[in-house]
Design a protein around this ligand. Structure first.
Ligand code: GPV
Length: 810
């Protein structure tokens, strides 16, 4: 947009506010100010939004559509201002009007339309696609209710509805004229028309209207505004009479009512399947409608469109695209199949078996009879074609339909031209183990795309102190080319700079400490080590190992009150899926240990535990800049990538980690002196599994500190956790400790001892922190997305590329 002066902004702002509310702007609440500012900011990007979309069409630019069940954008106000290059003007203008941008920003709801890493990755990608000048859009669901709001009552997690749309959404545009019909249920018969062609005749289907709400995705200083299209389910106009009962009407509303709160976990519910088909079908239909306006031959579809599916949740795009091409556009099966495979690509985000989607045939056939026919035919042809090449055994291990179930990963792999993992180790495990059979068939489909994060939100916006330090020391080019952060390395011995880095961290810690005091009434010392584990609660992520360390430390202090160790604040943020009993027990345990430790005067504040309620993007923005230690302690081989590891590193936290996910790549960049590595490696874990030689009870019996800590779970040392303590104890001792916590315990404790020691040498610590910031550039999602664009989607930046050069990860 053209430059706007502070004077002009103030005038426009006051006018906008008073037109909206009919009272003086200085009487407004922060929510009202947010709405007024949002309405004004819309004017600043609407032209670019239209011209971006128009230009793609005019030039027939190839565009990618990123299909994701989840998006976690966080509050968009400041991000939009930053990317529009008007953040300073607005900040100053508001200040002169007696308003504070941060307070105004709090008036915006944080749209929790996702669970965790997968949804947040999708939003970093949307920002990076626009910011690197790529033609690409998101496609998802406009959930009426986002991920539940978490409360702790008596230390237990309680879930409350998250009605984020209560006050509307200034960024979205409802586009009724772009609505499409999505068909469910009924029966389908194959008939022949006059020319003798087969066509499907439907009876008794339920037709649902999918209405898109578009949200702008603004590129960083480049004039590009892409689209995030979120679909909402409604009764079609004029068909209200077909939905006569309350129940039938509810069924429609329910489709986009609420996000399933499962992270890396499969829930085989009919409503979830409805959601998946709903947004997959609506998205494909709107893409096809666009493609038809180009008036090109169908064979050119893959030259104009790429469809990417974020895990298997949108895998029904495969049969849906086939259905449209065959049934509606009358292509032959072979033509349609070639086009489908060339258009679609797929990212796998986990090897956990419990997360693999497998829909019962009955359910699919009943809900989507034609789609099921098509899947069955894809499967039949796959078998027919592969048996002569690979033999029966291998081929039958790759079928889509097995044991009365439809395996969505197999459908996604067979129906696409690319499948990628999200970190090197993860991709290697897919290739060599989990998906090895497919790798033998399709070696060229497999590739790695290590995840990334956007420094715009995770450094520039959330850590202004670090940002101005960087600007002063290495200039501002890192903002458009994060690899330039490596220039910081030249200053590693500048002690004045190291002190400044420490001062920035301290300020951020004070900011978080104030939040903790205000919201939780807990006093924490900003000079303590802030030791942070923020991620969904999962057994494999091993928050419990963190707790065992705390209990061990607690016992040591009790035993030796004069112990010379720095103070620690253990910070947790984690939601558990409501039906994940064990994860909820761990939440209760952490809260009980927090009560015990925080109120024990014997330990003289050497330990404090802060378990924040309702962890999400907004809290992450507050916590990450304040972190000294980043806990990345999953059992090796289980965390596909992780992305909080990258955000924390970029903000100067030191990583305490197992060799898992993308943390291995962090280790490769920062070097072993600047990271704390402990525990089993993936190969060690594999050996234990192969030999079935792990015995956790032996460790328990043979290791005095482990025994002491585990006994605390069951001997009443921790008030209020009778059942939880017993169940957790049993999981570790009686049921052989599935995630090898006891095996990794000693090396974890050792690594923490080393961290204590290093922290006391402030210069050393600060140097390590600085080297972490300096090496975080390669983890920019801008680079990740350029690799997707180049190697998978085959699309190119549309504007003079902000990133002059990028080098693939070593
Ligand atoms: I599958 N992930 C997630 O957040 N939700 C899911 O349903 C599935 C995966 C996560 C992985 O667990 C992380 O390791 C990864 O960093 C993230 O997806 C993004 O790839």
């Amino acid at each position: 947009m053209e430059n706007i002066s502070i004077q002009q902004f103030k005038k426009e702002y006051v006018k906008k506010f008073e037109q909206l509310y009919a009272y003086r702007y200085d009487e407004g609440s922060s929510r009202e100010h947010f709405v007024a500012l949002g309405e004004l900011v819309r004017n600043y990007y609407m032209n670019n939004w239209k011209s971006t979309i128009d230009e793609y069409k005019e030039k027939e630019t190839k565009q990618v559509f990123y299909f994701s069940m989840e998006f976690l954008p966080g509050r968009m106000l400041k991000s939009n201002l930053l990317n529009l290059d008007i953040l300073p003007v607005v900040e100053e203008g508001l200040r002169e009007l007696g308003l504070d941008l941060d307070e105004v920003s709090m008036g915006e709801a944080d749209p929790a339309l996702g669970n965790g890493g997968l949804g947040r990755l999708a939003s970093c990608f949307m920002d990076s696609i626009a910011s690197t000048g790529l033609a690409g859009h998101g496609n998802g669901i406009r959930y009426q209710y986002g991920l539940f709001k978490q409360k702790f009552i008596d230390g237990y997690q309680v879930e409350l509805p998250e009605n984020w749309l209560r006050n509307g959404n200034v960024w979205e545009v409802r586009k009724e004229n772009k609505a499409v019909i999505v068909r469910f249920g009924g029966q389908v018969y194959m008939d022949t028309d006059e020319e003798g062609n087969l066509y499907p005749r439907y009876e008794n289907t339920k037709n649902i209207l999918a209405v898109p709400y578009d949200v702008p995705q603004i590129g960083y200083h480049n004039g590009i505004v892409n689209n995030l299209r979120l679909w909402s389910a409604e009764i079609p106009y004029g068909e209200e009479y077909l939905f006569r009962t309350e129940e039938e009407r509810d069924e429609v509303k329910q489709i986009t009512e609420v996000l399933y709160p499962d992270d890396s976990n499969y829930e085989g519910r009919l409503l979830r399947l409805r959601q998946e088909y709903f947004f997959s079908s609506a998205g494909v239909q709107s893409i096809i409608r666009y493609f038809k306006t180009l008036d090109e031959d169908w064979s050119l579809l893959p030259d104009k469109i790429a469809i990417h599916i974020n895990d298997t949740h949108p895998a029904l795009v495969v049969p849906e695209l086939m259905r449209i091409l065959i049934d509606e556009e009358e292509l032959t099966w072979d033509q349609a199949w070639e086009i489908t495979k060339k258009t679609i690509s797929y990212t796998n985000h986990t090897i956990l078996q419990e997360a693999m989607e497998r829909w019962p045939i009955d359910m699919l056939e009943h809900l989507l009879p034609r789609i099921y026919h098509i899947i069955a035919e894809i499967n039949r042809r796959h078998i027919e074609k592969k048996i002569p090449l690979y033999g029966e055994e291998l081929t039958y291990r790759t079928t889509i339909i097995e044991d009365g179930q439809v395996k969505m990963a197999n459908l996604a792999i067979i129906g696409s031209h690319s499948i990628n993992g999200v970190a090197k180790l993860h991709t290697n495990i897919l290739i060599n183990e989990t998906l090895h059979d497919f790798y033998l068939m399709y070696p060229n489909k497999f590739n790695n795309k290590t995840n990334g994060i956007t420094q715009r939100r995770w450094v520039q916006l959330s850590n202004p102190g670090l940002t101005s330090l960087l600007d002063d020391v290495i200039g501002t080019d890192w903002k458009s080319n994060p690899e330039e952060l490596i220039l910081l390395k030249a200053h590693v011995d500048n002690s004045e700079l190291l002190n400044r880095l420490e001062a920035v961290k301290l300020e951020n810690k004070k900011r978080f400490a104030k939040y903790v005091k205000d919201e939780m009434g807990i006093e924490i010392d900003p000079n303590a080590i802030f030791d942070v584990q923020i991620k969904r609660l999962h057994a494999y992520k091993r928050q419990l190992l963190n707790v065992l360390h705390i209990l061990d430390r607690y016992s040591q202090i009790k035993e030796n009150p004069d112990i010379d160790i720095p103070k620690r604040v253990f910070i947790f943020g984690a939601k558990a899926a409501p039906s994940y009993h064990y994860a909820k027990q761990i939440i209760k345990l952490i809260n009980a240990v927090a009560d015990l430790v925080n109120n024990d005067t014997d330990i003289k504040d050497l330990i404090k535990i802060v378990f924040v309620e309702n962890y999400g993007v907004s809290l992450a923005e507050l916590i990450i800049p304040a972190a000294d230690i980043s806990e990345q302690i999953s059992l090796a081989g289980k965390e596909a990538s992780g992305t909080s590891n990258m955000k924390l590193m970029a903000n100067g936290a030191l990583t305490m980690a197992t060799m898992d996910g993308a943390t291995i790549e962090i280790y490769d960049y920062v070097g072993k002196e600047n990271i704390y590595i402990f525990g089993l490696k993936n190969n060690d874990v594999k050996k234990y599994h192969q030999n079935q030689s792990y015995n956790s009870r032996n460790i328990y019996e043979g290791n005095a500190s482990i025994k002491r800590v585990l006994n605390m779970l069951v001997d009443g040392s921790i008030p209020g956790i009778y059942h939880e303590g017993q169940d957790i104890f049993n999981s570790l001792v009686k049921f052989n400790d599935e995630y090898f916590l006891l095996k990794d315990f000693d090396s974890y404790i050792q690594a923490h001892k080393q961290a204590d020691k290093d922290y006391q040498d402030r210069e050393k610590w600060n140097r390590m922190a600085l080297l972490n910031v300096a090496n975080s550039g390669p983890f920019s999602s801008d680079y990740t997305i350029l690799r997707y664009a180049d190697e998978i989607w085959k699309i190119e930046p549309q504007v003079e590329n902000l990133i002059s050069s990028y080098t693939p990860v070593k």
